[in-house]
Structures are given as C-alpha cells and as structure tokens.
Design a protein around this ligand. Structure first.
Ligand code: UDX
Length: 441
C-alpha cells in the first residue's frame, strides 16, 4: 500500500518507519526542508532506539522516501496520516493550527479517494472539523473526490517507540466508513496475530481514548507521589508500600514509581488540554486539576529538600546534576523536571554542572534561563568536582550502580538527592552519605 505520513516528529517518523518495515511504500512529509534534507541523507533528527536502523534499511530497499510536498506525495496514495504537533497554547488548549493547515492542503491537492487519518492528539470533535475543512477545499475547486476521516491515536512511549509500534498493546481506529475501516484493517493486520487488540469505535470515542489513557497514567503517578509525601510524614517507606500495593493485580506494578514529577510532551500537554475542553463543555474536572497540581508541587517539594539542607541563598554554590531528559532512553528535555530544578537553583544564586548521556550544551541552552550558569560535562564523574551535592533527576542505566567511593571523594559534601529512588538498596547512610530520596526518610 502507498502511505503518506505528514509530520516527521516522534509519532510521524516512527509510524512511517514501521509501516515501511511491513513492506508498504511510505512517503514522510514535513514543511521543514532542512529536516527533510537531512532525512534524505539518512540523518535522523531524533534519538529513538532502533529507528535509525529501520530507516536505513528501508531507504535502501526503496520503501521509505522523504518530501516537503504534500501535493506530490499524496498523488497515488491510499492513506494519508496527519502526525503534526499539537503544542500547548498559553491558555492550556491544544494548538490545532498545523493540523488544520495540513487538512486544507490535502483538500486542495487530492485527486483520488483518500483515507485521511489523524494521529495527532486532538480534542474530541477535531476529526469532524478536519472533514469540513477538506470538503470545503474540494468544493471550492469543484472537485468530486471521495474521502474518509479516521481517528487513530498513538500510544507510543519515547525510548521504546519502535517496539510499542511493532507490537502494540492495542490499535484504536475511530471511523464512520466501511471503506476506511477495511483499509485500516488491511494496513494494521501485519502487526497482529489476532485482531483481539484491534479496536474499532466511533471517531469521537477514539479521540477521547487517547486523553483518557494519558489522564489515567498521569493520575497513577500523581497518586504515588502524594502517597510518597505522606509516607515521609508518617515515617513509612514508599518503596515497600509500592510493592505492597502493586502485588494487587488491579493496581499492578507499572507506572507507580514515585519521582520528581512527570514530564515529556504528552502528559502535561494532554492533561491541560482535556481540562480546558471539559471546562468549555461545562464541567470543571476535579481529579485532573489535582493531578496537575500534585505534579507541580512534587518538583517544589524536591527542591525544598535541597534548600532545607543548603539554605534559600545558594550564591557561590555549585550543584551537580545527573540526568536532564524527562526520562531515560530519549534526548527529549521538553517539560523535564530538570528545567524547573535548574532554573530554581540558578534563581537562588547557584551554578550547575550536569551530565546526561543524550543532552548537549546546545540543547540545554534552549531550555534554561541564564544558561551561562550551566556547564554540561562529558562524563558523570566530571560533574562531581567542586560541587556541594549530587542531584539525580533521570534514571539512566549508567547512573544505577555508580562508584560511591569515588562520588564521596569528589563531592565537597557527601550529599545525594535522589529524585528517582535509585540508591535505596546501597546503604548509603552506612557509607557516610547524607541521602535524600522520595517517600522515605
Ligand atoms: C506517554 C505515554 O506512556 C504514552 O502512552 C503516550 O502515548 C505518550 O505519553 P512518554 O511521554 O514517552 O509516553 O513517557 P512515559 O514513559 O509515559 O513517561 C512520562 C513521564 O512520567 C516521565 O517523566 C517519567 O519519568 C514519569 N513517570 C513514569 C514516573 O514519574 N513514574 C512512573 O511510574 C512512570
């Protein structure tokens, strides 16, 4: 099948690559000519395990192409995916500008029946707005071409996006046409041994499923973070409590790790978007408001551990940070707790030395105010010289079992703030460290 994927961000590029891996001919389109130029040369703009290899293989087999032209690309395609960004606007709503302009462009240039699939995370009802936009463009040029609209939300996780796509938990297809439904099943059937996890539903429910899934996951994290604070107050241990509750299958062990708060592109943006649309529709969400407030407070709470130890005035002090991305396995720093932490420490006069396996000085400069106060080091141990304390913010594998003797020797004070509860079993207090974690004193 010939497929076009518009948008070469995480979702678009991963989807395009995986569809090409199944033998389809895929054209990935983006307005960013620089990005397309690089992709044509095999340079992948994001880090995602396995992605580069799949693209390399399918480029050489002529299964995947890159282009800046929607018109050229959709000529003989049967399915076109919209996978462009829906960033958060200042008022918390999803910015749908790119999605709408792509739909307009498709309507302007399509010449044969096309299934138009939206993969971008959009408020409920957006697919029908896309339908109107395309129909209007067709009418303007007096063209009678059939088209179908489908909602196919994406559930991939950064860092394991390829596996998530190739072996999906579920594929959600929201459609109101038999033709589209057949085409989608044909496209996705190679990803399934059975169709049990292939769920077809109405378009609005498919759009809502994405928000509900992310809201549930963010709620689990904020729940455990709140329990962690209560554990500290009552002198209990959240690590034990987590195992205790996770053993109940209804709760499960996944996604109940306490930490410095969730970050990334999906949870903060989607929670605020669903809050906004619910309010507009006449319901003020109570649980979701708490979920985002708890997440914000979690970062403040962790910062307070540092200021309680070193004081509110941190001038002249340097702190060492391990991990800057919002989670391991990605080079993405968007909405990462590290941004809040670094900005707050700097605003109190501190300087920062940091190391992350995937973050360069350049990308940090983009996110941090007063970037001259942040030095990105080449290794995790280089961070430690002349710093007051070590702060762990992202649980990359290379931070999991470090040389604690070396850490103690290098740090000015043997103090570790562990924002990801990684070192609980290393008996750090016995080794002479002041050790601060989340949910345990
Ligand atoms: C998420 C969803 O998992 C995915 O299904 C959706 O399509 C997009 O959003 P992603 O943002 O890539 O994916 O990352 P995820 O692994 O879900 O982690 C999100 C954040 O939650 C990270 O900052 C992570 O550190 C934090 N987290 C996760 C916790 O603090 N505790 C946990 O137990 C799990």
């Amino acid at each position: 099948m010939k497929i076009v994927v518009i948008g070469t961000g995480y979702v678009g590029l991963v989807s395009g690559a995986c569809f090409s891996e199944m033998g389809n001919t895929v054209v990935c389109v983006d307005v960013d000519s620089d990005k397309i130029g690089k992709l044509k040369k095999g340079i992948i703009p994001i880090y995602e395990p396995g992605l580069e290899a799949i693209i390399k293989k399918n480029r050489s087999q002529k299964n995947i192409y890159f282009s800046t032209s929607i018109e050229e690309s959709i000529k003989d395609a049967s399915i076109v995916f919209i996978a462009v960004g829906t960033p958060m606007k200042e008022d918390g709503a999803a910015d749908l500008q790119s999605v709408f302009s792509v739909a307009k462009e498709i309507g302007k240039s399509m010449t044969a029946r096309l299934v138009i699939v939206n993969k971008s995370t959009v408020p409920v009802g957006t697919a029908y707005r896309l339908k109107e936009i395309v129909a209007k463009e067709l009418k303007l040029r007096e063209s009678i071409v059939d088209f179908d609209i489908v909602s196919n939300p994406e559930f991939l996780k950064e860092g394991s996006a390829i596996t998530d796509f190739m072996k999906p938990d579920r594929v959600i297809i929201g459609s109101d046409s038999e033709y589209a439904s057949k085409k989608m099943k044909e496209l996705y059937s190679p990803f399934f041994r059975t169709h049990q996890r292939y769920l077809e539903m109405d378009i609005r429910s498919a759009e809502m499923t994405k928000y509900a899934a992310n809201a549930m996951l963010a709620t689990k994290i904020s729940f455990i973070n709140e329990m962690a604070i209560i554990c500290e107050k009552l002198d209990a241990d959240i690590n034990q409590v987590r195992l205790g509750i996770g053993s109940d299958k209804r709760i499960g062990y996944d996604f109940i790790y306490p930490g410095v708060g969730y970050g990334g592109t999906c949870f903060p943006k989607d929670i605020s978007a669903i809050q906004k649309v619910a309010k507009e529709a006449g319901y003020i969400p109570k649980l979701l408001d708490s979920v985002s407030r708890i997440n914000q407070y979690q970062k403040v709470y962790f910062l307070q551990k540092i200021t309680s130890r070193f004081g509110e005035d941190l001038s002249g002090k340097v702190f060492g940070i391990w991990g800057l991305t919002f989670k391991p396995g990605t080079n993405d720093m968007r909405e990462a707790p590290s941004i809040f932490m670094i900005n707050e420490l700097i605003s109190r006069g501190a300087k920062i030395k940091a190391y992350d396996p995937k973050v360069s000085q350049e990308s940090v400069n983009f996110y941090i105010n007063n970037k001259e106060n942040v030095l990105i080091c080449k290794s995790k141990y280089e961070v430690l010289t002349n710093v007051q304390a070590l702060i762990l913010l992202t649980e990359w594998k290379e931070f999991r079992s470090p040389d604690f003797d070396k850490i103690k020797k290098e740090l000015l004070n043997p103090v570790i703030f562990d924002g990801r509860n990684q070192y609980g079993s290393f008996e750090l207090k016995d080794k002479g460290f002041e050790y601060y974690q989340i949910g345990k004193n």
